[in-house]
Design a protein around this ligand. Sequence first.
Ligand code: PLP
Length: 379
Amino acid sequence: MSEFETRAIHFKQEPDRNNGAVIPPIYLASTHRQSNIGEHMEGMEYSRVGNPNRNALEEALANLEGSKHGFSFASGMAAEDAIMRVLTSAGDHVVMTKQIYGGTYRLIDKVYGGTGVESDVVDLTDEAALRAAIKPGKTKLIWIESPSNPTLAIVDIARVSEIAHEYGVLTVVDNTFASPYLQRPIELGADIVVHSTTKYLGGHSDLLGGAVIFNSDELAEQFHFLQYATGPVSSPFDAWLTHRSIKTLAVRMERHSSNAQAIAEYLLAHPKVEEVYYPGLPSHPGHEIAKRQMEHGFGGVVSFRLKDEAAARKFCVSTELFILAESLGGIESLVNYPAGMTHLSLMESPIAVSKALVRLAVGLENVKDQIADLAQALG
Ligand SMILES: *Cc1c(COP(=O)(O)O)cnc(C)c1O
């Protein structure tokens, strides 16, 4: 069981011990019988502390990221919140990458800013700027996202982790856009991986989830404590659905990536498109780094800029196959207008996006149909 696809299908998914069911059952029980006071069967006690479906998913996620410990949460934001709670307190400082998911910026700046955690937004491709931003002793985390939402910026995960470690700082990588099939940050030297499993790991736009993955045994105790002490865990059904979806992750990511690559190339050649953001294009400033730290492809999200706001807004309501909706990572293609949807509440912040920007989450339909839809919407 050494290769990724094989582990994705079989790891912690053995047929049921009692009746041989090939697909493990969903354990909806909130509590488990104790054979004597304090004696738990297979460590199962109460569902906030542990559940067979959630535990299996957590072990599978850690395994696929090439790491030791995994923790599954009710959403990507709950997972990020757990990282901030465990690793920062008042007076600490966090460095965030300039191209960052809006919800992450809001969590660190608004929620934790309100509790006395300081933060700065820094261009992590600029080594001097990164070194200048680190406050030795105070900076606890450098928050990386690569490829980033929504402009697909690339950060050199190995290099930033090396610099962070010189100062005793931990790196967190939001690996949502790549998934462990395309990129494994811990193998590149990062300390902690976070996912919105709502996206590619879930893959079908029918669940909400998040995960935190790392190697440290000491941190594992703290995360386990936080899970049972505060309770933001995945439900058994969401955990089961996510695990079910991971079995097809490799084939889905390959097709998401090849469709997105073809679409990025199509858009690049289109006279109405001003700029295309996709790390698989040689013209992308992070292409060489992306080639080094990613494998099998560059993911399914392509963003592009049109002439102005009016053109971008018109495009977003002119597609037929691409559904106008937030989110990404599902089998169906979606179109999003960041300045008026996902990033609306951030337009006055340092991470505001261009009003002419359109984000596509390229799904698994036939790429000819996808391109035909984009062509009619651009026309
Ligand atoms: C969606 C997303 C999140 C937040 O995850 P939820 O599951 O929506 O809470 C975090 N990071 C990135 C990059 C995302 O796309």
